[in-house]
Design a protein around this ligand. Structure first.
Ligand code: SF4
Length: 376
């Protein structure tokens, strides 16, 4: 079992908080799509004979692709993907791109799941973040997707904006609940170095939401979504029954995947490969029929730490027996000893052979997880 990630690094405009690899210059897009198809031909063998069970088009903004560009990508992918055996094919969309013609055309492709960057249902939040859609456009786009039969869809929301109130966040949650999408990803606003938002804070133009308010928003998120039947299955992800994001879940479970496109990552269970973070460098290499990724293979200790980090993020937690099988008694003993004070303080729970972060532990989950890391 394996996954494929396809990075589409083109956006119509730049959101102030964004540090994803993407460009607002669409002139290279056609050539880039051809390069991704060629990369798949060069690297498809890395999937060995694994069945591809998930495909994810992320960005950037995949919904900026033209019908012809989408068609070229699907034709290339069909050489390595048996779509009838592929459980989940996700396409990230921007509300502004979801026209009736777009969604009708997408229904003729293998895409069976949508992930929409809504971020907020408040026009002043959207203007501040420099999103290119309005709240109304987002509501109409979600409705259009659901009516077109995309009942497996997710929306992204952001909380903890400067000046955002609890009442404002509640309003966002209520609007999201009224739409009935089965999956929600919600993130606190991050000030990534180098972004416009980060510079605004440096210049004193904006003031960060204080930590208490941000934590209260996280609490509200968990409560409201639980009350509406969503399971909190990963720190930032909530799903109704059976609607987990399978592709992202496979990242947390260490399942191999092939990443195509500039800045895309691949993982074979031990080594990570990272494609060039430059469109010209990526396209030049592929056009010369060579791959140009940098590779880093994880040591035993890194793999152990990765297991701690990825399993404790999820509701399934850390399987201690499996930890012992894969990493031996010394590290397992160490893990349980390090976990003990967190269990006593109620931040971790140990049941059914699994360690899980509790609700109380969610608010300091980074510290809890790093205490379990192996440090030489
Ligand atoms: S649409 Fe997404 S990838 Fe593009 S600039 Fe905005 S946040 Fe970044």
């Amino acid at each position: 079992m394996a996954g494929i990630y396809v990075h589409i690094p083109f956006c119509t405009s730049r959101c102030i908080y964004c540090d994803f690899f993407s460009s607002t210059d669409s002139s290279l897009r056609g050539g880039y799509v051809d390069a991704v198809c060629r990369e798949l031909a060069l690297r498809g063998g890395e999937l060995a004979d694994e069945v591809v069970s998930t495909v994810y088009f992320g960005g950037g903004t995949p919904s900026t692709l033209s019908a012809g560009e989408r068609e070229r990508l699907f034709r290339a992918l069909s050489t390595v993907v048996d779509w009838s055996a592929c459980d989940e094919v996700t396409f990230e969309v921007n509300p502004d791109d979801v026209t009736p013609a777009f969604i009708a055309a997408l229904r003729d492709t293998p895409v069976n799941r949508l992930s929409m960057g809504v971020q907020s249902f408040d026009d002043s939040d959207l203007a501040f973040l420099r999103r290119r859609h309005t709240a109304l456009a987002a509501v109409e786009a979600v409705t259009r997707c659901l009516e077109a039969g995309y009942d497996n869809m997710s929306i992204d929301l952001i909380y903890g904006l400067p000046g955002q109130t609890l009442a404002g966040w509640d309003g966002n949650l209520q609007r999201a609940m009224s739409l009935g999408v089965p999956h929600i990803s919600a993130y606190s606003l991050i000030y990534e170095e180098g972004t416009a938002l980060w510079r605004m804070r440096e210049r004193g133009v904006v003031k960060e939401c204080d930590e208490d308010t941000s934590l209260q928003m996280f609490e509200r998120l968990i409560d409201v979504l639980a009350a509406h039947g969503y399971e909190h299955y990963e720190i930032s992800n909530f799903a109704r029954a059976g609607r987990y994001a399978r592709h992202n879940t496979s990242y947390w479970q260490g399942i191999p995947y092939l990443g195509l496109g500039a800045a895309a990552h691949s993982y074979d269970g031990r080594c990570r490969r990272v494609n060039p973070l430059s469109l010209p460098a990526y396209m030049r290499a592929i056009n010369e029929n060579r791959v140009a990724y940098a590779e880093e293979c994880e040591t035993f200790d890194m793999l152990y730490n990765e297991r701690i980090l990825t399993s404790l993020r999820t509701c399934w937690g850390l399987d201690v027996k499996r930890l012992e099988t894969d990493f031996g008694p010394e590290r397992t003993q160490y893990c349980l000893e390090q976990a003990r004070p967190h269990i006593e303080a109620g931040r971790l729970a140990f049941a059914d052979g699994r360690l899980r972060i509790t609700r109380a532990g969610l608010f300091t989950s980074d510290d809890v997880m790093s205490d379990l890391f192996w440090v030489d």
